[in-house]
Design a protein around this ligand. Sequence first.
Ligand SMILES: Cc1ncc(COP(=O)(O)O)c(C=O)c1O
Length: 400
Amino acid sequence: MANIPATPAAAAVATGHRVSPSPRSSPCLPRRKAMLPSIGAAAGPPSWSSRGAAAVARAATGSDKAAAARTIINPNNVPVLSFSEVAERLDTFQASGARNQNYMAMYSSIFGGITKDPSAMVIPIDDHMVHRGHGVFDTAAIMDGHLYELEQHLDRFLRSALMAKIPLPFDRSTIRSILIQTVSASNCTQGSLRYWLSVGPGDFQLSSSGCANPALYAVVIESPSLQVPAGCKVVTSSIPIKSPHFAVMKSVNYLPNALTKVEGEENGAFTSIWLDDEGFVAEGSNMNVGFVTADKELLMPCFDKILSGCTAKRVLTLAEQLVADGRLSGIISRNVSVQEGKSADEMMLIGSGILVKPVVQWDDQIIGSGQEGPIAQALYGLILEDMRSGPPSVRIRIPY
Ligand SMILES: Cc1ncc(COP(=O)(O)O)c(C=O)c1O
């Protein structure tokens, strides 16, 4: 067990980390000024805050949100700010509309609590997850006030932490409880929960031996209910795939994944598809891939060199209903060649962000009829139904 600071103030002082800066009162945390009277070397321009905020408010109502952020940045006159001035500027940045999503609550083991103030949702810059990528993460969907497949995602989260040699700041049931409390505090009934384990802050070395406080962070993001996914195009990725050792763990090193997604978008596609070192179909940027063969088999690449997707595994179970009613002849995981994939009756992307998304074109090859396939649509329906009314093994009710 790590040595967690006993109080939020202790954590804040130890890390130089903002606790509760907002002029809006936070229900969770006391005002910062009361705790930290003298952080910061010099005051910035005394009237910056009101001038800046007014300028930002004007800019944010216009079409160019970036103009709002620019009002904070004057590279010719960089101020030295106190903690409270930084806090004000973080509020101004937040108010500028620079963020595209609604962050409803964040937990941090560094400040030992939950904040609902998006400006306060920050982590220490000396956290090795920030400067060395020494962290792992996972997610879970929030649907109708329930967390979907939290246990399954938690299993993978803890497996990833073990592989990444990250000591747990808390045991599994405490982590689970913190995650549920964070969603509860957020009042979010539709969205997603994202969470991270990091070797924690301490220094800027490569070794984590100086990190005494492995950290848990979690954030709740509101999102509208899912749309029925339209068929999409994918392309073959030219970005090198991660080696199996790193592909099977969900570390924060997602640069290859991000570049693979960008490459797809640059080519008019939804994402790119990786092939493995032997040229077989591997996975998408942040999703698994499935096919329906001409013999009506549901076919997926094995999980030994790629991330074992919680959604894909659940789809494999739910698909048994389609075998039972004759729409599928079987379900199989094995190597899939590019040629076999491109000549499949159906192709689909599978992941917790998209559920099941039909693919209608891969590179220049039209897949099947070129329309969303019936099996992909049926599997989407089954997983959506499972999210709404599946068994307790996949649905945890949030006590709001
Ligand atoms: C590389 C990769 N593969 C597959 C998946 C799908 O996993 P899940 O269904 O658990 O979201 C993800 C999801 O984040 C991913 O990042």
